[in-house]
Design a protein. Structure first.
Length: 394
């Protein structure tokens, strides 16, 4: 079976409507069609809108953005500016309506634009007919946003006659795992139960509208889903337990960087914060990590990698620098030349306090800033490692 996807830039205004036929003006960016063996299997629309309009979508759960089926924001809240972008997929049972009037991508784009002017109440332009997959906003500190459950299990998959049980279970596991890991979202059995209830309802509605089968066939699909839910329960509990295991640790880390006025972002799906530090001798990226073994680890990443012909000299330099160091140590990745300074602490059985974090963080960046001129002199100035160390430690 061959699959082919084509994309088309729209850059035009479209007027959609909600269940009460209230108009909703969006700026369409791209349209994409996916075909399997020359049969249209998916239609996606990428569009942007103002923060004010998104708040309305949020409140009314338009584009099937039901709270129970949304992931967590990856890196902070949405801001008043710039515009927010949404990628959505068309309800599968409406694909024949589109192919009836359009044989290719450009005709489909033109048809939707004409409908917006001539038939604004057409089902193809209803917000209920589109399932949001991704919602995101570019910001100065990086992109933030979230994925919905439908990004893990596309509604088009529900239109298949046989839904693989493994696919359903895997989608749920990944959805809840990312939900638990991203930005410390509040996640408990009651919240999960509401999400699973909404999933079941959505599955039933999609299966009922997409499959031209008997009621018995639909019931078999729902039975498969129920079975997958039961098998998923144990995995979900492990996900929650694992998330709770290092939740307090990461909360303490976030609390420190917030109170100490460090700009930072959380890396999606990981218990890691990314930030940067400006010292007297340079600027570099830093990472703060909460490990499952009750450990806090902080890294300063050197702003310059050691080229291959300088790695032996840098290895000597950091060996000399590490000698006698009490808190932390330099590290060299011999494969790519990246240079780190690492500080860490194991807090099993105790609490990670503000003062402990501060000591490890500021010791770390101070050491990187102190030895950075020596690192640069060895890499760029052909200074001997022992001479570079002597200049620093004298």
């Amino acid at each position: 079976m061959s699959t082919h996807t084509e994309n088309c830039h729209l850059d035009s205004e479209l007027t959609l409507h909600n269940h009460s036929h209230s108009p909703l003006s969006i700026h369409a960016l791209t349209l994409s069609l996916t075909k399997k063996d020359d049969t249209l299997s998916e239609c996606r629309l990428n569009f942007q809108l103002s923060h004010e309009l998104y708040q309305r979508i949020d409140t009314e759960a338009l584009f099937n953005l039901k709270p129970e089926l949304r992931g967590s924001l990856e890196a902070g809240d949405f801001q008043p500016e710039p515009d927010i972008q949404i990628e959505a997929t068309l309800q599968p049972d409406l694909l024949p309506r589109l192919t009836k009037h359009a044989t290719n991508l450009h005709e489909a784009a033109t048809y939707l634009q004409n409908l917006s002017q001539e038939q604004p109440d057409n089902p193809l332009l209803s917000t209920e007919s589109w399932f949001a997959l991704h919602v995101k906003q570019p910001q100065e500190s990086g992109e933030t946003g979230y994925r919905t459950f439908w990004a893990y299990l596309n509604p088009c998959a529900i239109s298949q006659e046989n839904i693989p049980q493994e696919q359903i279970s895997e989608a749920m596991v990944n959805f809840f795992k990312d939900w638990a890991n991203t930005n410390l979202s509040e996640m408990n059995p009651d919240v999960m139960a509401e999400s699973i209830k909404e999933m079941t309802k959505s599955f039933s509605e999609l299966a009922d509208s997409n499959l031209e089968e008997t009621q018995d066939a639909i019931s078999e699909i729902i039975a498969e889903i129920t079975k997958a839910f039961e098998e998923f329960a144990e995995v979900a509990n492990e996900v929650v337990d694992q998330s709770d295991y290092n939740r307090n640790l990461l909360e303490s880390i976030i609390n420190f960087f917030t109170k100490d006025d460090w700009p930072f972002s959380k890396i999606q799906g990981e218990s890691v914060l990314q930030t940067a530090f400006q010292g007297k001798n340079g600027k570099w990226n830093c990472y703060a990590k909460a490990r499952e073994e009750d450990q806090f680890v902080f890294y300063s990443i050197g702003p310059l990698k050691a080229p291959e012909n300088k790695r032996r000299a840098i290895a000597e330099f950091i060996t000399r620098a590490n000698y006698g160091t009490i808190i932390g140590n330099f590290e060299l990745d011999y494969d790519d030349g990246e240079i780190h300074y690492k500080t860490s602490i194991d807090v099993e059985g105790s609490n990670l306090t503000f003062d402990l974090i501060k000591q490890l963080v500021y010791t770390n960046v101070t050491m990187m800033d102190e030895y950075l001129p020596g690192i640069l002199s060895v890499i760029e100035g052909d200074v001997e490692p022992k001479d570079a160390i002597a200049q620093i430690e004298s």
